[in-house]
Design a protein around this ligand. Sequence first.
Ligand code: GLN
Length: 533
Amino acid sequence: MTKYIFITGGVVSSLGKGILAASLGRLLVSRGYKVSIQKFDPYINVDPGTMSPFQHGEVFVCEDGAETDLDLGHYERFINTNLSQINNVTSGSVYQTVINKERKGEYLGATVQMIPHITGEIKSRLIQAAKKDNPDILIAEIGGTIGDIEGLPFIEAIRQFRTEIGYHNSMSIHVTLLPYLPTSGELKTKPSQHSVNVLRSYGIQPEMLVLRTQIPVGKNEKEKLALFCSVDKDCVIECKDMDTIYEVPLYLEEQGITSQILKILGLQDNTPDLRDWSEMIEAIKHPKKELTIALVGKYTELNDAYISVVESLKHAGYKNSTKINIKWIASENITSEKDAKESLEDVNGIIVPGGFGIRGIEGKLKVIKYARENNVPYLGLCLGMQCAVIEFARNVAGLKNANSTEFDKNTEYKVVDLMEEQKNIAGYGATMRLGSYPCKIENNTKAYQMYNSNLINERHRHRFEFNNEYKELLTKKGLVISGTSPDGLLAEIIEIPQNDWFVACQFHPEFKSRPQNPHPLFMGFINAALNQK
Ligand code: GLN
């Protein structure tokens, strides 16, 4: 039978509950347990796919095409697994299911209510996630902060669920912030006490506290919190800011967190195998080389908007003992070739990641021109491939003002156009080409060199595509289409062979990179940057 760990947060949002959930997952996996992780997001959007990255950060895409919260990226990377739609539940999706059932008459005349119908649906999602992968332990993270009105149905569902499955089959971990007051030189515990009180008022007594803090938490503070929150003092765990998120599991393990959890859940405390992970952390902490990579995008004020890209770069860096410094460049600030040169002169490689809408596109094209003409290693991801096609069409093939119809519906040269199957789609939710699709790789290409395979699978999230009407012209001018859908109809990877590394793909390789298993395209890109340096 699956055991459950529920993680809630208090005092403030953005406490890093996702990293905590992922870290616990890693620690339990290292003891031989099968783990799955599920995120509950209390907002009304059915999924984050329609939200601006400024609001929400990156939209992470799973194999099955689910558009999910970026925490699922952390989960996949830490526990090295593939998750799916059932691992991300939003209020919107819960309400949608309940309302659809009501419209079909499935409640047989009952008044449909928050309790038991909404809470019942939430509980059923927990069971569905457990049934799908049959894990020994399912970690469920509840987004938001205790006390938020919209989180209440989730908390009530957990309270009921814990009672129904027997208390020893689950546990509750409450993550809070200990603010530091520099004037008195103290960490304050009161907000955490209040937060636990609120949680208790909903009928949940946490078995463990995890304290987010800038500085080490003293014994006094821990004992005080244990006493006032009725938590065993060995279960008051400190989680200070770390240099790398991948170090968090080791830091928690040192404090005995996993043994305490397994004791509470009545599971055997096997010896953990964290050798590989510890070796990786050593390598991360002592890099021998350094690279600066320009990340040229639209949402650069919020680093979370590109979190999987940044992590993938770091993963490829770890494998090469290389520290990756990211130079964030807002593409709308690049308004001339001079701007491009000035911002890119000192970088070892350039990435243009995914994105939507016209803002900043001309800046991206200038950046790509610079990369192509100066042989700076370039990796284009989704929109970054579409822009590379536009740049090549305009500046190499002489198709003046060539464009994507996403940015100019009336362009004379529609080198990137809406996919045929997208043309009759109305509405924006979950309507793109989403999730994993196969891609055929041509021999004697950079893509083949890196993947070492003629058939790969990658995750997608796009509406537009390379327009095959221009295939002959552009390939004659030197563009190589090194990957396509198996029927040959969709261009999936393009390359410019004259350059040391100019590769761009229509899919999102960043969703499949793992700290211990970096993605081949990111490896190729980082290797090229290192070779040049
Ligand atoms: N806006 C482009 C499209 O819809 C690219 C999408 C992306 O980069 N994820 O095709």
